[in-house]
Design a binder for this molecule. Sequence first.
Ligand code: PBG
Length: 329
Amino acid sequence: MAFPTSRHRRLRNNQAIRNLVRENQVTVHDLIYPLFVTEGIGIKNEIPSMPGVYHFSLDQLEAEIAEISELGIQSIILFGVPDDKDDVGTQAYDEQGIVQRATRLVKQTNPNLLVMADTCLCQFMDHGHCGIVNKAKNGNDAVIENDSSLELLVKTAVSQAKAGADVIAPSNMMDGFVAAIRSGLDEAGFEHIPIMSYAVKYSSAFYGPFRDAAHSSPQFGDRKTYQMDPANVREGIREAESDVIEGADILMVKPGMAYMDIILSLKQNFDLPIAAYNVSAEYSMIKAAAEKGWIDEKAVVMELLVSFKRAGADMILTYFAKDVAKWLP
Ligand code: PBG
């Protein structure tokens, strides 16, 4: 009788040996928790399509920050949900904008909590696009202008850094945004502030619940002229490459779950740290299936997060961060 020549199961005999040979781990230090901040007072409203995720007005934020900090989570990313929108995104770069005020408050509450600022315009634009819309340019098809949008994005980044943001995370997918923001930050004396670029951001249906949460759905058209086609991988490498040349410090892949191959190719092609964004629909799908009792939520989430690490992510933006912090040994 022929016996197996390789006995892989020897290293799976018990938990101790499995722990010794484990190649990847998720720790609380890997996690970045997204927070939605809104105007008004006394608001802690659950987002219907994202159970367990809330809109916070600033007076409710301190308690949340205390809870996050106690759980050992070191990093958050702020998304603003403003009352007032216009066609130049004024509230994105106003000193009294919701993100700027929230940033100051968080840094007062816990100076050690790393605050990342999502740098985009869509939540602040009445049309919901991530840049300036030029309706006249192309007949009936509105054009999202690249270079004029960059100016607003730079103003937004600088105002966020002034408010105390530790990391600038531009997500609007205009060409040249890293270079523009880098020089804007440097000129304003923020040469020490890193840029985490949403380098490879796909035009994805997995953002649906976020757009409900952030009230940022485009009022006409879609984002396909600036966000990437989900069918493409080499184009993602080109996107990342230009961000590296322009001075990005961290490269992000978004969405995460269906794009593990992109995380891996960035890891293989570049030596910058990689972030994976476990986006809103990835969260909502798991929550919904768990509510129905169809999956074991904790087991599925932990498997998903370690898969991000296995694919090459150094850090993970996830709405599960608080749950995971509680689950980790
Ligand atoms: C803003 C932005 C979006 C997300 C993060 N920043 C939405 C979009 O591009 O339409 C999505 C995050 C999520 O789905 O969790 N540009």
